[in-house]
Ligand binder design. Structure first.
Ligand code: MLT
Ligand code: MN
Ligand code: ZN
Length: 303
């Protein structure tokens, strides 16, 4: 199975258009070793031809242009995108569907809760009725599996997570099962598995079980500290409050990952305020020492 990181940044990307934080400022002015990052999405395939998109980022146009394997091959209109799986209804994960409106009906796999948000608060599904249209396919919240016609060698297992619905959602302060999911992707022929979970607020027992069961983890790398945005006077919101477990400190993601053995560990969905974006930072060294990688745009993982 091949996984292509289309976008490794959190909402806003890196640098963010209006942001002059320590990282964004230094990256723009060539004062820091680091890479720009577009917003959160990966593509997965078992044959290099038929791709499943996880999330559709507002940056999808540039992401597809930088990835020849997914581009048109035959006929006057074509794409390697066979289906879309949405792990939540956040703007950085769903807006890209609007940029795919010129194509065939979109086969979108997501929970009932995500479908509700995308039919009401941010009615992308309704808007697209007059363009390509959306075919919604419900996915489980209990860890059971589903498959996608035409993607024969992959099987998916989705489970509900404690994270957060988007600010626009009626569920923002009234969580419902299926507002956010984590997904295990399994290649049936090889048995190889990856766990994708870019928005992870709490490590519940079923999340730990998933982490222990796979060959590769691609998990929430949004923030280094809980108060990262408050400390820089950017926002009063704390990481945990908006559904992201920070990396450092007791119970943080590094400690969690240290408890997972024999697995490739990759952080993804990195916010522009996170010091790990600076490749010379002590925080990045801490990750290196712990054997934890940081996803970048264009990264490819072969399992
Ligand atoms: C989040 O995951 O919390 C988002 O990146 C927020 C956003 O899209 O603004
Ligand atoms: Mn996000
Ligand atoms: Zn910034």
């Amino acid at each position: 199975m091949k996984i292509r990181v289309l976008g490794s940044g959190a909402g806003g990307g890196f640098p963010q258009w209006n942001c002059n934080c320590h990282n964004c400022h230094r990256l723009r002015h060539n004062q820091m070793k680091g890479q720009t990052r577009t917003q959160s999405s990966i593509a997965v395939s078992s044959d290099d031809k038929n791709w499943v998109l996880f999330n559709t980022s507002p940056d999808i146009r540039a992401q597809l242009e930088s990835f020849p394997a997914i581009q048109p091959k035959e006929g006057v209109r074509d794409t390697g995108i066979k289906a879309i799986i949405l792990i939540d209804s956040q703007i950085d994960h769903t807006t890209g569907m609007l940029m795919l409106r010129e194509g065939e009906p979109l086969d979108v796999y997501c929970t009932e809760m995500v479908k509700q948000d995308l039919s009401t608060g941010f009615p992308v599904f309704k808007m697209l009725e007059d363009y390509c249209t959306v075919k919604h396919h419900p996915i489980p919240c209990d860890g059971s599996s589903f498959t996608i016609p035409g993607i024969e060698d992959l099987r998916f297992y989705s489970h509900a997570l404690k994270s957060k619905a988007p600010p626009y959602s009626p569920h923002r302060h009234d969580p419902h099962e299926g507002d956010n999911v984590g997904v295990i992707i399994e290649q049936i022929s090889s048995g190889k598995k990856v766990y994708y979970s870019p928005g992870l607020g709490e490590i519940e027992p079923h999340v730990m079980d998933a982490m222990q069961a796979v060959d590769c983890l691609m998990v929430d790398g949004t923030f280094w500290t809980d108060d990262e945005m408050c400390a820089q006077n950017i926002s009063p919101k704390r990481a945990r409050e908006i559904g992201h477990l920070p990396q450092s400190g007791p119970g943080g993601m590094i400690e969690v990952l240290n408890g997972v053995k024999q697995t490739r560990k990759i952080l993804i969905h990195i916010n522009n305020t996170n010091p790990i974006l600076d490749e010379d930072s002590p925080q990045r060294k801490t990750l290196d020492d712990a054997g934890i990688e940081v996803a970048y745009d264009g990264m490819e993982i072969n399992l």
